[in-house]
Design a protein around this ligand. Sequence first.
Ligand SMILES: Nc1ncnc2c1ncn2[C@@H]1O[C@H](COP(=O)(O)OP(=O)(O)OP(=O)(O)O)[C@@H](O)[C@H]1O
Ligand SMILES: [Mg+2]
Length: 478
Amino acid sequence: MLKARVSTIKGRIIAIFILCLGFTGALTAIYSWQVLDLKKKLLLMEEFHGLFEDILEVRRYEKNFMYFREASSLQEISVYLERAREKANRLAPDIIRIVGENAFKPFQASLLRYKTAIEGCFKGCGEPDIVELRAIGTSMVDFTQKLLQEKRKRINRVLKQILILPIAYMGGFVLLIILLFQSLARSILSRISFVQQATEEVAKGNFTPIENPGKTRDEVTELIEAFNRMAAELESRWEQLVESRKLASIGTFTSGIAHELNNPLNNISLTAETLLEECDKLDKGESKEMILDIINQATRASEVVRNLLDFSRTETPSLTRLQVKEVLQKTINLIRNQIMIVGVKLNVNVPEDIPPICGNLHSLEQVFLNLLLNAVQAMPDGGRITIDVKETDDGYVAIDVSDTGVGIKPEALEKIFDPFYTTKPAGRGTGLGLSIVYGIIKKHGGYVEVKSEVGVGTTFTVYIPICKTDEEKKEATQ
Ligand SMILES: Nc1ncnc2c1ncn2[C@@H]1O[C@H](COP(=O)(O)OP(=O)(O)OP(=O)(O)O)[C@@H](O)[C@H]1O
Ligand SMILES: [Mg+2]
């Protein structure tokens, strides 16, 4: 449940927010702890200072006693000494922590020796040994001074930490947040740009559903699913539209097909009747010519029927990896003679590094055959056909078939892909060529574009998807 929640974009933003909260809470806790620690250290420092003051008082009265030999000075010494001893005992664990036991023990011994010497004076054991007393006093002052110095150093260290730690902590925190947001943005943006590319494909008429490139299921996954539903809906509408356009062209179809088949059938029947009536009078050569005529007309009729079959074929051709250069070469071989006879020049430019395409050889031969025949027929007085191949940035191989022919009028441009639309004289064209081209390329997941200028020439550009290996596909989705 938690996993599912965190994997959504909303969940991830909430997780980052909770992390921020945790980080800020931890920072506040550490900071407060450090301030409390500093306060404790300052209080201890005050206590150490008190100890130092007591020792100084002892030494002050020691001096007085040396000059004036008053019993009251001895009294003061013993009061301050007692206070110092009591403080030293109470603060013993803290002092040991700072200067170590080895330094503290001699200090305690000095206090005791000083006390014993002073008590000796009270009991009337004569003059204390002033030299020894001064030596012990000096060592006690040195010790407490050293203690204060050490404590000061430690307080300075904590102060530095209080200043630096929050800055370092905040720096690390800001970096972490930037990294988290960057990774979040990257994972979302890369998939959104994937959907954007797919939208462009839809605009070109490719309704292939897309797969979620990420492993997680989140709002972008829902967007992709909605996109796929939209693409499927658009595809079915598109097919309905094409169907209705096909139906609309059925009128043209009936007259077109009647005309296309009637001509050769009439010719066959006329020639056959003549042959029947005149067979006795005709010599062998004439009879043979008439029979050849019948065969030619029958071939013409079967060609019309074959074109019709190609047009009405609905199954998707089986696709294999093909090199564009080979497909073009094979197609050109089929009509090389026809091109030469009409005096048309042909230039083919296929760069070596063009990736293979996914296609059906027979279907693609049909595509380029139709385009080349149209180009030849558009240049009755000769001209030049140029074929240029290049790879596009969005995963297609683009094949330009350009001619220097008569061109297509703007108002005719939108009709040329319609079945049975032709400007050729009766018997010369069925008007099925470009609609077959369109259907085949669509089944290949590609599309066709045309640019034309009357009197200058025409360029048909066929886009066919690059054939990616399974590894390349995997890389592309990562
Ligand atoms: N390269 C071109 N230059 C000028 N016009 C063209 C060209 N290609 C096609 N057309 C125009 O588009 C029309 C339709 O072409 P399409 O190939 O579908 O049929 P067709 O060539 O007339 O007949 P078919 O191909 O069945 O023999 C043509 O009649 C012609 O007017
Ligand atoms: Mg044609």
